[in-house]
Design a protein around this ligand. Structure first.
Ligand code: HEC
Ligand code: HEC
Length: 265
């Protein structure tokens, strides 16, 4: 009894030290956690808004050197082009990613061209113009994840009258035309609906819900991009070319085999 008492006291002192050791670690951890939530987490948001204001700044430079002669130093428009206040990022992406802007002066309807700006620069221009008066924006991420069946049905009722059932385009009145849809990227298809260029109607989110626009975007890409129908594209001539290649290769092989057997005999 008497001999075990100092041992027990030592053990309980050890246990107390251990417990207070845990407490210190726990306290330190929770302090780190608190500090992180106080200073760490918002810095993510801060970083994002820094990136955003950088994009606006870069976009302003691009705008002043490439667009302001026609659209005005403050986007107010002029004799060379309309005001861009409130047209929104969607309109900018549509116009610049399809190469329509910057415009080569003096044409009836801005034709599609090879884009002059990279996607990054287009997004900077869009951020700058969006920051002056707002307007329709472009959703980020995959725009072709909609329902293909629904997209087909909506395309036939809303778009085929001008662009044709195959998306190959057609003439409109007064020398205007609805273009072929093949070269349009998913973003250009989506933003065409968002912005309604020239005589094309604008399809706001009340006319076509975002998921309906995604469905149409997927359908347009589906009917215009040969590789989406499956099988090797072989220069995008579709399944016919695949059959033809199989036939030519097969027949050549057979003829070769026959000649070889003939030569041996
Ligand atoms: C040579 C003059 C000219 C230049 C340079 C030019 N634009 Fe345009 N822009 C026009 C004209 C004219 C229109 C209207 C034509 C049309 O709707 O087809 C237009 C239309 C637009 C629209 C559509 C506006 C709307 O109502 O939705 C946008 C967006 C646009 N331009 C952006 C730009 C950007 C960004 C640049 C620079 C990269 C640029 N433009 C350079 C003349 C110009
Ligand atoms: C009233 C006729 C009309 C209807 C309806 C119409 N469009 Fe258009 N569309 C046009 C015209 C005109 C242009 C050319 C605009 C320009 O040159 O600036 C165009 C341009 C486009 C482009 C750009 C093609 C390119 O060169 O990159 C796409 C994509 C497009 N339309 C998709 C659609 C979709 C999707 C629908 C249905 C939701 C639709 N359009 C409905 C007339 C129409």
């Amino acid at each position: 009894m008497t001999s075990s008492s100092p041992a027990r006291a030592r053990r309980s002192r050890l246990r107390r030290q251990k417990v207070s050791g845990y407490a210190v670690v726990l306290l330190a951890l929770s302090l780190v956690g608190t500090l992180y939530t106080a200073f760490g987490a918002p810095s993510g948001q801060a970083q994002e808004s820094v990136n955003q204001s950088m994009a606006v700044k870069e976009g302003r430079e691009l705008y002043l050197s490439g667009c302001s002669t026609c659209h005005g130093l403050n986007l107010e428009g002029g004799s060379g082009g309309p005001s861009l206040i409130g047209v929104g990022a969607a309109s900018v992406v549509f116009q610049v990613e399809s190469g329509r802007m910057p415009l080569a002066a003096g044409v009836q309807q801005a034709p599609r061209k090879t884009p002059k700006y990279s996607i990054k620069e287009i997004d900077q221009l869009a951020a700058f113009i969006q920051s002056n008066g707002g307007g329709p924006t472009v959703p980020s991420g995959d725009l072709t994840d909609g329902d293909l069946q629904l997209g087909g049905a909506l395309f036939r009722t809303n778009c085929a009258s001008c662009h044709n059932f195959a998306g190959s385009g057609g003439a409109l009145t007064y020398g205007k035309y609805a273009p072929e849809l093949t070269p349009a990227s998913a973003r250009v298809v989506y933003t065409a609906m968002q912005s309604g260029p020239e005589s094309m109607p604008r399809y706001g989110d009340n006319q076509l819900k975002p998921e309906e626009k995604r469905a149409i975007t997927r359908y347009v890409r589906y009917i215009t991009q040969a590789e989406d129908v499956g099988g090797a594209s072989l220069g995008r001539y579709g399944p016919l070319s695949e059959g033809l290649v199989a036939w030519v290769v097969g027949v050549t092989a057979l003829v070769g085999l026959t000649l070889w057997i003939g030569a041996r005999a």
